[in-house]
Write a protein that binds this ligand. Structure first.
Ligand code: HEC
Length: 223
């Protein structure tokens, strides 16, 4: 009998927790930041990787994309394109003012009339994850501009698909892809936008080259 009531109490606690999290909400996820450089223990007030060299910038975007997709996309939209549920983060200015606002929200979340509209991520995401997500958000290209380039993306995808059995020729497409990625702007005003062209170029230029992943990137962007 005693054991039974303890069992019920446990169940009530579990149900209570689920109710507090709300419909379909998921628990904030930590992010694997292996491969990113250590940052000083004190929180930076500005994105330390805004002007980073390409190798670090792409690493930050890669980690940030994963962190964003598992923690932010369900409210702020896939690829940071808002569906109206929460603000469109691509417009948050890539400067100290935008970073201050970003940090305040990501660390503390947002509550309205006692309801959690956005969960706090302090203590869940480390500093590298926080700035990697910021780097991913602020380097998103304009989706309208990308939509207009869909034919060009599809053309380069087909070319790469034809060369995939010839690694040297496939790798040589990195320069062509990097050139195609020039001239796109980030809506945040960040120093550069990272387009699917740039991502594919980076994957081909890495050692060893990731031809299949580059092809997938172009395929997803051409769809
Ligand atoms: C449960 C939904 C939800 C999740 C998950 C969520 N947010 Fe939010 N977020 C919101 C809402 C709603 C607001 C608007 C709050 C307000 O009025 O300032 C907001 C506001 C923000 C703002 C301020 C934007 C602005 O223009 O004022 C930032 C920055 C932000 N969120 C970043 C993030 C990041 C980064 C993540 C993932 C680590 C995340 N959010 C996860 C719902 C969410």
């Amino acid at each position: 009998m005693l054991r039974n009531s303890a069992g019920w109490a446990g169940l009530v606690i579990v149900l209570g927790t689920a109710a507090a999290l709300g419909h379909g909400d998921t628990v904030p996820q930590s992010v694997d930041t292996a491969g990113l450089p250590e940052l000083p223990p004190e929180m930076a007030s500005e994105n330390p990787w805004r002007e980073a060299d390409p190798a670090l910038l792409f690493k930050a975007v890669d980690v940030g994309a994963k962190g964003y997709n598992s923690n932010c996309a369900r409210c702020h939209g896939l690829e940071a394109i808002s569906g109206g549920l929460a603000p469109d983060l691509r417009y948050l200015e890539a400067n100290d003012y935008g970073d201050e606002w970003y940090l305040d929200r990501i660390l503390h979340g947002y509550e309205q009339n006692g309801a959690v509209k956005m969960p706090p991520f302090e203590g869940i995401l480390n500093q590298q994850a926080i700035w990697a997500i910021r780097t991913y958000i602020e380097t998103r290209p304009d989706d309208q501009e990308m939509a207009e380039s869909r034919d060009q993306i599809a053309g380069l995808r087909d070319k790469l698909a034809g060369l995939q059995d010839d690694p040297a020729a496939a790798t040589a497409m990195a320069d062509e892809l990097a050139a195609a990625g020039q001239g796109y702007e980030a809506l945040s005003g960040a120093p550069r936008a990272i387009t699917p062209f740039d991502e594919a170029a980076h994957l081909l230029a890495s050692d060893p080259p990731h031809v299949a992943a580059a092809l997938e990137t172009l395929q997803a962007a051409a769809d």
